[in-house]
Design a protein around this ligand. Structure first.
Ligand code: AHN
Ligand code: ZN
Length: 327
């Protein structure tokens, strides 16, 4: 009898312990960082290398030289690279000789993720505090080079490691020929993201259908905070949740506030509406910046390497690694 009671108690204890352990495991089942370490020094150098060509303004020599450099770089990491050329018409009638650069990791796999960024520089620093700069080109270290730099570093890491899904890196051209503030033309939003608009209507592969897309826009600025972007929440809230959770897991939650920032017309809009790929925009939001909610250097002559922060590149880059290696 005594033995029987002990047995029952033991079983109850075991069950409760098992149960307890399981609950504890669930509650503390905090995801761990996965994948290789993102190297911000390397990404910084890729940013610098693009800037060394000068502003990569449409129809310029620097633009074409940088195009060849980006293509060669992705190829050196073993990616399959496609250059999608198109002559696009700017708001002012200028014919823009545009190239969307598409680099693919494991192109044979059907399960894929899309990373994208624009690579062209804005021809006019029309948001500069000094009006004398309004028609000068933007170096675009942040607004252009940073997104490509993060993608190149991710590509470098993939080439040295292995991942069970395919990844496409698309460098969109002609994003930043949007109606300048000094122009009389009306800005209906359509003058921006011309390369992304073209690609979304002319996919590089028939039936291309990645699981989701992530646009990297201005991901290297000092003091950048990546609030959730409003259009991304409307089109792909599950992707926003996934990315913001990943940022937290890799220790950069403080750079990814969970509140909503702005509602931005950017390359991800045609990718969502025309290509029907759920795609989010990682773009900074500065709630207290007088110059611009995109930050103090946005569309100014100060968008240069002196205002790039390796910590910002690290936060976004390691978050991308976390997202990809968690798929
Ligand atoms: C708007 O100004 C509404 N969108 C700007 C998108 C952009 C320009 N991203 C970088 N440069
Ligand atoms: Zn811009």
């Amino acid at each position: 009898m005594k033995k029987g009671v002990f047995l029952v108690l033991s079983i109850l204890l075991m069950l409760s312990c098992g149960n307890l352990r399981k609950q504890t495991a669930d509650e503390t089942a905090v995801a761990q960082p996965v994948g290789p370490a993102f190297c911000a020094d390397s990404a910084y150098q890729y940013c610098q290398a693009q800037c060394n060509f000068g502003p990569r303004v449409m129809n310029s020599v620097a633009h074409d030289q940088c195009e060849q450099w980006i293509i060669a770089k992705f190829k050196s990491f073993g990616m399959e690279v496609m250059a999608q050329k198109a002559d696009l018409k700017g708001y002012d009638g200028t014919i823009l000789h545009s190239t969307n650069i598409i680099a693919s990791y494991k192109p044979e796999l059907s399960e894929r993720v899309l990373l994208c960024a624009h690579w062209d520089s804005r021809p006019w620093a029309d948001n500069d505090p000094d009006e004398a700069n309004h028609k000068k080109p933007v170096m675009a270290a942040n607004d252009g080079a940073s997104g490509v730099a993060v993608m190149l570093e991710v590509a470098r890491l993939l080439s040295a490691d292995t991942l069970g899904i395919g990844v496409d890196f698309i460098c969109f051209d002609a994003e930043d020929w949007g109606v300048p503030q000094w122009s009389d033309a009306t800005d209906d939003g359509n003058s921006w993201a011309l390369g992304a608009q073209y690609w979304s209507a002319n996919l590089h592969r028939k039936g291309y259908k990645p699981r989701f897309g992530i646009l990297l826009d201005m991901v290297g600025g000092q003091g950048a905070l990546f609030y959730k972007e409003g259009m991304s929440l409307q089109y792909a809230s599950n992707v926003v949740d996934k990315v913001w959770r990943a940022a937290q897991v890799v220790g950069f939650g403080s750079l990814f506030p969970t509140q909503t920032g702005g509602y931005i017309t950017d390359d991800h809009i045609p990718v969502n509406t025309k290509a029907k790929i759920p795609t989010i925009d990682i773009i900074p939001y500065y709630p207290n910046c007088e110059q611009s909610s995109f930050g103090p250097t946005w569309h100014t002559v100060n968008d240069d390497m002196a205002h790039i922060d390796k910590n910002t590149l690290q936060a976004v880059g390691q978050t991308m690694i976390q997202v990809l290696y968690s798929e």
